[in-house]
Write a new protein. Structure first.
Length: 237
């Protein structure tokens, strides 16, 4: 699906400089790896670095391990089964918003498991008023603004060094489809394969956004919010 493809490119873009600043070879964690789509891309991008996955769903862990050929363990972000200071980077893509995630405990666990110069790279759905049938279907109970996420990170002992919304160009269509014409009761919106012309249009729009993000532009609104936070002692952007 175009949205996952764009989200993965955003996360990899944000990781590139942070890992170049890290002089060792500490592992990377995809916390909430699902069936391994992003984990597989991490393994391909960083073949010489240890890459681990974690997910609460045992079946998803099995698929992720087979797909990525990387170790994946079953566990919760509320109680990560790793020693202190293990990881150079922890990715958390649409995890804190999940009904089973405890925001404060999870962020505390991320901070504990990051090395002193480690980075937390996150993506989360934006705006509580955008909660919809899609969120119910994927078990999301929370959506975020950049300001609220910044406060949560600060309370957990992180220093926010970068944040932006994204999926801005398509955001009006997202609002219309989910809030104005939400469809029949019980219909699952959002996570589906689109007809090829629509998929191509969405991929073009998000590719244009990613190019602008690489140039340093930050979007003031959008369907999701990206953030990079540093554990105490890490450098700035």
């Amino acid at each position: 699906m175009w949205w996952f493809a764009a989200n993965h490119r955003n996360l990899l873009m944000l990781s590139r400089r942070r890992l170049s600043l890290e002089t060792g070879n500490r592992p990377i964690l995809d916390a909430g790896c699902g069936t391994g789509g992003f984990l597989t891309q991490l393994a391909a991008r960083y073949p010489d670095r240890p890459v681990f996955g974690l997910d609460a769903d045992q079946q998803a862990c099995g698929r992720a391990a087979a797909k990525s050929d990387r170790p994946v363990c079953t566990g919760s972000v509320n109680a990560l089964p790793f020693p202190d200071g293990t990881f150079a980077v922890i990715f958390s893509a649409d995890v804190l918003c999940h009904r089973n995630a405890d925001e404060h405990r999870a962020l505390g666990q991320f901070r504990r498991c990051l090395a002193e110069n480690g980075w937390l790279i996150m993506n989360l759905p934006a705006y509580r008023w955008m909660l919809s049938k899609h969120d119910v279907a994927v078990h999301n109970t929370r959506r975020y603004t950049s300001g609220r996420l910044a406060r949560l990170l600060e309370e957990a002992g992180f220093r926010l060094v970068y944040s932006t919304y994204w999926n801005a160009l398509l955001f009006p269509f997202m609002v219309i489809s989910r809030k104005v014409f939400p469809g029949r009761a019980g219909m699952v919106a959002g996570v589906t394969l689109y007809p090829r012309p629509i998929d191509a249009l969405c991929r073009t729009a998000t590719a244009f956004e990613i190019a602008l993000l690489r140039m340093g532009l930050r979007f003031p609104f959008g369907g999701s919010v990206l953030a990079v936070a540093a554990k105490q002692g890490a450098g700035s952007v």
